[in-house]
Design a protein around this ligand. Structure first.
Ligand code: ZN
Ligand code: FE
Length: 266
């Protein structure tokens, strides 16, 4: 069998006052390491061992884990990493986050070095999904709520709930850089493109995504502006998109739910 799976490269971004390490873990998850002054916070822990190894290589001491939701591929490394580093685990207020020290809710503030995150509750993928938004840094860690070109599956909520969460993120400033929990960009864009082969922004975005992926680069970060132009799920209330999908006149959440169902079968 020929494998089309690529081992995505890790990428290091220099930002004002901190460094951001994009670390591909497992098949298509990301762990994001925020580094400042030799210290670190990590957003989601799909696996403990590679993250601990990377922190050691880089000489970083881990202070914080920020979990977006309780699915195994986001929290599997929690206990191992907590035991090894004594870090504090922050996450949504639910029993199912292993080692949770600090449950957070809508509007709570979490400091990670120079980044001041506000917690936004975005139920839909699970009932307890949260995202971490740093307004001054224009940074959003979107977990499995918003992906490049897509959104999370609806495991525990209705389409109305997820649609509200997506609109909440869509209302953030366009320049907000988005760091999602998975690398699903190529698949999401290919799905959308079959309905909208002549859509200019989608086609342009698909070209960019294919070029990045053929060199095994992450399609990260994306931005709210990019997603507003080329994410079919964000565009569920757009008349042109609705027409192309045979959903004209549908309530936005209904159209969104139908798009989500079609993507589940794609
Ligand atoms: Zn998940
Ligand atoms: Fe996930």
């Amino acid at each position: 069998m020929t494998s089309t799976l690529h081992r995505t490269q890790s990428v290091i971004l220099q930002r004002e006052g901190y460094t951001l390490h994009i670390l591909p873990v497992l098949e298509d998850n990301y762990a994001y390491i925020i580094e400042w002054d030799g210290r670190a916070a990590v957003v989601d822990l799909p696996d403990g061992e590679p993250v601990l190894k990377y922190l050691k290589q880089q000489g970083l001491s881990l202070e914080l884990v920020l979990n977006t939701h309780a699915h195994f591929d986001h929290v599997a490394g929690n206990l191992e990493v907590k035991e090894a580093t004594g870090c504090t685990i922050v996450g949504p207020a639910t029993d199912s986050i292993p080692g949770l020290d600090r449950p957070v809710r809508e509007g709570d503030v979490v400091m990670a070095g120079p980044l001041r995150f506000t917690v936004l509750e975005t139920p839909g993928h699970t009932r307890h999904d949260i995202v971490y938004y740093a307004e001054s840094g224009h940074v959003l860690f979107s977990g499995d709520t918003l992906f490049a070109g897509g959104c999370g599956r609806l495991f525990e909520c209705t389409e109305d709930t997820m649609w509200d969460s997506l609109v909440k993120l869509r209302d953030l400033p366009d320049e907000t850089e988005v760091f999602p929990g998975h690398e699903y960009a190529a698949d999401n864009l290919a799905f959308a493109h079959q309905y909208l082969p002549d859509h200019r922004e989608l086609t342009a975005r698909l070209d960019v995504v294919c070029a990045l992926r053929s060199d095994q680069f992450p399609v990260v970060p994306t931005s709210i502006g990019i997603e507003k132009a080329a994410n079919i799920f964000f565009l569920a209330d757009d008349p042109e998109i609705q027409a192309a999908l045979n959903l004209s006149g549908c309530e936005p959440a209904v159209a969104f739910g139908e798009i989500r169902k079609r993507k589940d079968r794609f």
